[in-house]
Design a protein around this ligand. Structure first.
Ligand SMILES: Nc1ncnc2c1ncn2[C@@H]1O[C@H](COP(=O)(O)OP(=O)(O)OP(=O)(O)O)[C@@H](O)[C@H]1O
Ligand SMILES: [Mg+2]
Length: 200
């Protein structure tokens, strides 16, 4: 399996954000995406996951366009978890969007049972993010885009979550894109790193 972006360009209004980018992520590969704030990392993730359409170029898996219906094999873990959960749903319901939760996974992410009956606004940002990570790891996930996944966490929790995610990625042969400002983290985790530069 290969997730591939070919000659992708994107702009908001007249402002060019991404220009002629080629990128590929193989199954089981851990690749970094680094670059200054505002250079288009999150935008690129949204394009890869199909939430935004590129203005030119293509996104494919094994040469085929990504299905718009059904489970998205390219899962995005958002930089701001509070923006991507329904505030009117309790955590157990939010979690079940990805199918029946895997209790071993919940445990490895440090998700406590008592959090399941809470509303999203009754959790800290880091606690909420763990649910978003678990939700993104449904059984049909083939590629995971981790956009500043652990930026809001302390070093120990950050290590715990990355350990759990990389373990499951290895076991299920998931390709992971690690997006982070923290060059050190990216270099530690990834076999190669793509650098975006601001073109403003
Ligand atoms: N919906 C939007 N409409 C207009 N401009 C946008 C929109 N979303 C993002 N932008 C702009 O596009 C540029 C790229 O944003 P993006 O969120 O992709 O950057 P980023 O590299 O992820 O930054 P950060 O490291 O701060 O998360 C920024 O200048 C931002 O202001
Ligand atoms: Mg971003």
């Amino acid at each position: 399996m290969r997730l591939e972006a070919k000659n992708v360009s994107f702009h908001y209004g007249k402002e060019k954000i991404i220009e002629n980018v080629d990128f590929s992520l193989e199954q089981g590969e851990i690749v970094g995406l680094a670059g200054p704030s505002g250079c288009g990392k999150t935008t690129f993730c949204k394009i890869l996951a199909g939430y935004e359409n590129p203005h030119s170029g293509t996104i494919t898996i094994n040469g085929l366009s990504i299905p718009k219906k059904g489970y998205n094999p390219v899962q995005l873990i958002h930089q701001h978890p509070e923006k991507v959960v329904n505030p009117r749903w309790k955590m157990s319901k939010i979690l079940s969007e990805a199918g029946v939760p895997d209790t071993e996974l919940l445990e490895s992410l440090g998700i406590k049972d008592e959090w399941l009956t809470r509303w999203p606004n009754e959790l800290s940002g880091g606690e909420l993010q763990r649910f978003c990570v678990a939700r993104a790891l449904g059984v049909n996930t083939q590629f995971l885009l981790a956009d500043e996944m652990t930026t809001m966490l302390d070093a120990i929790t950050q290590a715990q979550i990355w350990h759990a995610v990389l373990e499951i990625a290895k076991r299920r042969n998931i390709g992971v894109l690690v997006v982070s400002h923290e060059r050190k983290l990216v270099e530690k985790l990834c076999s190669r790193v793509i650098q975006f530069n601001t073109n403003k």
